[in-house]
Ligand binder design. Structure first.
Ligand code: MF3
Ligand code: CO
Ligand code: CO
Length: 248
């Protein structure tokens, strides 16, 4: 079942999304060589709580922190800890904030100092794929159009698409129907409707697309150890197109 949100619910998701967006912008100046992923988690939690948001990752199926911090070959769900960032690293911060019980989910990959040009391109094209997917969103359009647009960007640049994880509906729950694949998938004939809210989140890799789950039972890494990038926005479907709830 795919829920259609009321205007009030969307307004709450937008408040949650604005807090998350402000946090990701604040982190642009916080993420530097020498900071630990645990310090990023602590600062993020303070930032969001001070603004009246709730951190939804904490305790979700037992996740032990407020944000996911995934470094280099870690794709998603990295657990903040003692790891210190070094020049040339990339790190994805992914979080879910709620306001009045309504959730917004967003992620961004950051560079720590200068990175190689191929890693720089990985970030550029993963972000481009997110916006290519978002640009398709409109009432009356097939869900699969989003997936196809994302896949096309990865193919054009020879990047791997992680298939084990997908975007998703979101609202009162972090993960609702439908699945938003990052590659064309005709399994669902779903047509987007006004008031649906979805999280779109391409995860691309520099090498092969294969991933595995680490011993901490959370962190998902590329099998070949190559870097991975991840960008995510929560959007609402409108008659004219979309509104990004985790932006300005
Ligand atoms: N934010 C993730 C997503 O994009 C899910 C986080 S898992 C959690 O769907 F355990 F950290 F909550
Ligand atoms: Co997320
Ligand atoms: Co998500």
């Amino acid at each position: 079942m795919i829920s259609i949100k009321t205007d009030e619910e969307i307004a709450d998701m937008k408040r949650a999304g604005k807090i998350a967006f402000d946090l990701l912008n604040y982190l642009e100046n916080v993420i530097k060589e020498g900071i630990t992923t645990k310090e990023i988690d602590t600062l993020s939690e303070k930032f969001v709580i001070n603004r009246g948001g709730k951190m939804e990752c904490k305790g979700y199926e037992g996740f032990p922190a407020s944000v996911c911090t995934s470094v280099n070959e870690e794709v998603v769900h990295g657990i903040p800890g003692k790891k210190k960032l070094r020049k040339g690293d990339i790190i994805t911060v992914d979080l879910v904030v709620s306001f009045n019980g309504m959730m917004a989910d967003t992620a961004r990959t950051y560079k720590v100092g200068n990175v190689s040009s191929e890693v720089d391109d990985l970030l550029t094209y993963t972000k481009e794929a997110l916006y290519a997917g978002i640009s398709k969103v409109k009432a009356g359009v097939k869900l699969n159009e989003i997936s196809k647009a994302i896949e096309a960007v990865a193919k054009e640049h020879g990047l791997g698409i992680v298939r084990e994880l997908t975007g998703h509906g979101i609202g009162k729950e972090m993960h609702e129907d439908p699945c938003v694949y990052n590659y064309s998938n005709n399994e669902s004939e779903l047509i987007l409707e006004e008031g649906m809210t979805i999280a779109i989140e391409p995860m691309f890799t520099l090498g092969k697309r294969n991933v595995w789950l680490m011993e901490d039972d959370w962190t998902i890494c590329t099998q070949d150890g190559k870097q991975s990038a991840h960008y995510e926005h929560t959007v609402v479907v409108t008659k004219e197109g979309y509104e990004i709830l985790t932006g300005e």
